[in-house]
Ligand binder design. Structure first.
Ligand SMILES: *[C@@H]1O[C@H](CO)[C@@H](O)[C@H](O)[C@H]1NC(C)=O
Ligand SMILES: *[C@@H]1O[C@H](CO)[C@@H](O)[C@H](O)[C@H]1NC(C)=O
Ligand SMILES: *[C@@H]1O[C@H](CO)[C@@H](O)[C@H](O)[C@H]1NC(C)=O
Ligand SMILES: *[C@@H]1O[C@H](CO)[C@@H](O)[C@H](O)[C@H]1NC(C)=O
Ligand SMILES: *[C@@H]1O[C@H](CO)[C@@H](O)[C@H](O)[C@H]1NC(C)=O
Ligand SMILES: *[C@@H]1O[C@H](CO)[C@@H](O)[C@H](O)[C@H]1NC(C)=O
Ligand SMILES: *[C@@H]1O[C@H](CO)[C@@H](O)[C@H](O)[C@H]1NC(C)=O
Length: 394
């Protein structure tokens, strides 16, 4: 096979890769893929090569229609917009990234790999010692979308409908349609082919706050979108009113919120009318915070220091709100109380009987002396009493 024919094939096939004769050992596992991008966006190209020894990887670039004049790309090139990250293990893996794309970044990007010991010998034809894989990157002007960037819902509960609007003010190629998204999810029934699209929130609540996106789709270009942030004061929608635990157990208090931006969470202890920071000198308090959720974990509850009222406070740029949870801590002995109560009752009863009997004894003697007729029943009673007395005195 003629090496020149192979070279021609590489150039003609563009995106495809062909191993060249002298580098039998290097081969592509993953080669970069062609893409169309918008100005201001970012792209990444992947190149994954096998070989023994592990092949070296390089990235090269040629401007549109100048495929004969490749130049090598370096990490940090084009005012640090180019990054090259390569790792050599059993495979060689490299990622070429370019950020803040401009129209001039369009062109052909080539991943070259070789494990030929003579690959960097200037007398060798690189086309013989390196394998190559190409991708074409086309950068298009980003369409302009006119939209408001931010809306703040009134803290007043008065109901003023909110209207979100986007309009496409430039389009290089005709658009297909548009739709709305909220917090990363498409809002159903918002697709339209108009250049201007409107999303109405008739009765806005804190729940409606978040990040809204209008997205325009095109036939032969990436989607374009504009973001409108709908801000609202946080509202705590979930928390425990009280938590009852035994000493030595763990307690978990939590708060959930709606409202946007996601709040900054704090926890403190309410001390009458004032507040105290949580005293973590014992290292038993753990706070987790996740966007719209926070948790306060208290391990190994202490009956003296831990009971009380705890407050979670959600604060964002629009406002703040707080809710409280009462933590009660019972003694270890608490589950024994019913049993102790019965025991105490028995003891009291016995004491009463003993005291009663002791007082009664002189009367008994008098009774025995009395020579009155219908005393038979009485005397049997006295026998019983004696029995009890004997038992008790033992
Ligand atoms: C953008 O829209 C606002 C009203 O929604 C309008 O006042 C403004 O003129 C528009 N800007 C452009 C460039 O179209
Ligand atoms: C809030 O609503 C009340 C009536 O419900 C009104 O008097 C007040 O001016 C409103 N405040 C703001 C800031 O809009
Ligand atoms: C919105 O546009 C940005 C920047 O162009 C892009 O990175 C993102 O993927 C787009 N999002 C959607 C949902 O189209
Ligand atoms: C309390 O939490 C700690 C740490 O998560 C755990 O090791 C321990 O077993 C828990 N104690 C109880 C009583 O659940
Ligand atoms: C909290 O945020 C998560 C993801 O960020 C979301 O799935 C969840 O619905 C939100 N919960 C509330 C109450 O807003
Ligand atoms: C409390 O102390 C423990 C141990 O030092 C630490 O891991 C934890 O993050 C602290 N919690 C808070 C809320 O500061
Ligand atoms: C929440 O915390 C902020 C900042 O510390 C404070 O200004 C605000 O008064 C607190 N809100 C409530 C309801 O306690």
């Amino acid at each position: 096979m003629q090496p020149n024919a192979a070279m021609m094939a590489v150039v003609l096939l563009g995106n495809l890769m062909l191993p060249l004769a002298s580098a039998q050992n290097a081969g592509f596992v993953k080669s970069p893929l062609s893409e169309t991008k918008l100005t201001g966006d970012t792209f990444e190209l992947y190149c994954d090569v096998v070989g023994n020894p592990t092949p070296e990887i390089q990235w090269w670039y040629a401007e549109v229609n100048r495929a004969e004049s490749f130049k090598q790309l370096w990490d940090g090139a084009r005012k640090r917009r180019v990054s090259i990250n390569t790792a050599y293990g059993t495979n060689g893996v490299s990622v070429l990234g370019i950020t803040r794309l401009t129209l001039e970044d369009s062109g052909t990007y080539e991943c070259r790999a070789s494990n030929d010991p003579k690959r960097n010998d200037l007398r060798q034809n690189p086309a013989m010692t390196w394998i190559r894989a190409q991708a074409t990157i086309s950068v298009l002007q980003k369409p302009k979308i006119n939209a408001s960037t931010e809306i703040t819902l009134s803290t007043n509960s008065s109901i003023i409908p909110v209207i979100l609007q986007c309009s496409l003010t430039t389009d290089h190629t005709s658009h297909r349609e548009s739709f709305w998204m909220k917090n990363g999810q498409e809002i159903p029934n918002t697709r339209t082919e108009q250049r201007t699209t409107v999303h109405r929130i008739p009765k806005p609540r804190a729940d409606d706050s978040g990040e809204y996106l209008c997205v325009y789709t095109f036939d032969k270009a990436p989607n374009a979108n504009a973001t409108t942030k709908v801000n609202a004061k946080p509202d705590i929608t979930g928390h425990k009113r009280s938590e009852n635990k035994n000493e030595g157990e763990n307690a978990t208090l939590y708060c959930k919120s709606v409202g946007y931006p996601h709040p900054i969470w704090t926890w403190r202890k309410v001390d009458g009318t004032s507040y105290k920071d949580i005293d973590n000198s014992t290292g038993r308090f753990f706070i987790t915070k996740r966007d719209n959720y926070t948790e306060l974990n208290i391990l190994n509850l202490d009956i003296d220091t831990d009971p009380g009222t705890y407050e979670c406070n959600a604060t964002n740029e629009i406002g703040n709100t707080a809710e409280t949870t009462i933590l009660r801590v019972r003694s270890h002995l608490a589950p024994l109380w019913p049993f102790l109560g019965v025991l105490a009752e028995i003891i009291i009863l016995v004491v009463i009987i003993v005291v009663y009997e002791k007082r009664k004894r002189p009367d008994d003697i008098i009774d025995d002396d009395e020579p009155v007729g219908p005393m038979k029943t009485n005397s049997t009673n006295n026998h019983k009493d004696k029995n009890i007395r004997q038992r008790n005195t033992k």
